[in-house]
Every structure is written in structure tokens, then in C-alpha cells.
Design a protein around this ligand. Structure first.
Ligand code: FES
Length: 172
């Protein structure tokens, strides 16, 4: 039976505090801990099955796999497909590739922060929208672009953003 370091403070809403999710986490670790590259495999599985990897989960993985906490944190931070908080129902990405950056992504981000009240990497309090930065999505001729869920919207302008975000703000 896996144990936790006694002095770890874990928020009540962390997946580790939910018996079902905790057993899923333990299963993923048990199934993969002997594999080469176990840290990456386990983190991938956790992201896919739990939806995010909280800081206590990262600490727990490090403890169970007996790898330095800094290595686990480093991997989670380096790869943008890992998230440390639950994603919203919808995702709005802002392309930071060169063409989009030059074309006005910083201004779009400022406007989006005003509209949504969050920073990139955060999710609105109602759990509806996660705002993210992404790399070039291959639509440079339409720069600047945002990606609303899977839908690329080009030649975006700050004054067009409220309309572009409205459908995902309203979809329950
Ligand atoms: S730089 Fe944004 S789509 Fe290429």
C-alpha cells in the first residue's frame, strides 16, 4: 500500500484526496514504474486519465518513483501539454509564433485578459474557458490567429475578440 510523506499538505479537492482517483493514480504508477522512462510515461497517463497533474500529485509521483521532485516538476513545466490545474470545458489558445506575435497576439492577449479576467494558463472561475499560449499552428498567412477549441480563427483583432469568445462563454 502506498504511503504519503506525513507532512505533505494536500488540499481537500486534490485528486489524491479522492479515494477513486487516488487508486487510479496508484494503478498508473504501479503499472509503469518498472518501465524505462517511467516518469514520462506515468505523467502522460496521469494527464490523460486525471486531466491535470497538481503539485501534490507531482510530489507523490516523485516519491513513489524515487526520483527527485525537481525532475518531475521540470518535465511538467517543460512540456506544454501537461497542465497543473483542471482544464476548462473549452480552450482558447493564442498563437505566439513569430507571424502572429508580430501581427498582434500581445494586444489580443491584453483584451482577452480583460474579457475573461484570467491570465494565460488559467481557467475561468465557472470552469468554462482555459486560456493558453501556443506555438505556430501553421496558419501564418492568417496571422494573428486564435484557436477556439479546435477551430482556428484568423485575422483576429481585439475588437472582434468578444464576438469570437461569446459562443464558448455561453455554451454550458
Ligand atoms: S505564427 Fe501563428 S499560425 Fe504561424
Amino acid at each position: 500500500m502506498a504511503t504519503m510523506t506525513a507532512d505533505l499538505k494536500i488540499p481537500k479537492n486534490d485528486p489524491l484526496m479522492d479515494p477513486n482517483l487516488k487508486s487510479t493514480i496508484d494503478q498508473i504508477i504501479d503499472d509503469n514504474k518498472a518501465r524505462p522512462g517511467a516518469t514520462m510515461v506515468v505523467l502522460n497517463e496521469l494527464q490523460a486519465k486525471i486531466g491535470f497533474i497538481s503539485e501534490p500529485m507531482q510530489d507523490y509521483v516523485a516519491e513513489r518513483l524515487q526520483v527527485p521532485i525537481s525532475r518531475v516538476h521540470g518535465v511538467v513545466t517543460f512540456y506544454s501539454f501537461f497542465t497543473t490545474t483542471p482544464r476548462g470545458k473549452h480552450t482558447v489558445k493564442f498563437c505566439m509564433g513569430t507571424a502572429c506575435y508580430v501581427g498582434g497576439t500581445p494586444q489580443l492577449l491584453e483584451k482577452a485578459k480583460q474579457i475573461l479576467g484570467i491570465e494565460p494558463g488559467q481557467t475561468t472561475a465557472d470552469g468554462m474557458i482555459t486560456m493558453e499560449i501556443c506555438r505556430c499552428v501553421g496558419a501564418c498567412s492568417q496571422a494573428p490567429v486564435i484557436v477556439v477549441d479546435e477551430n482556428i480563427q484568423g485575422k483576429m483583432r481585439p475588437n472582434k475578440l468578444p464576438q469570437a469568445l461569446k459562443p464558448v462563454q455561453e455554451q454550458g
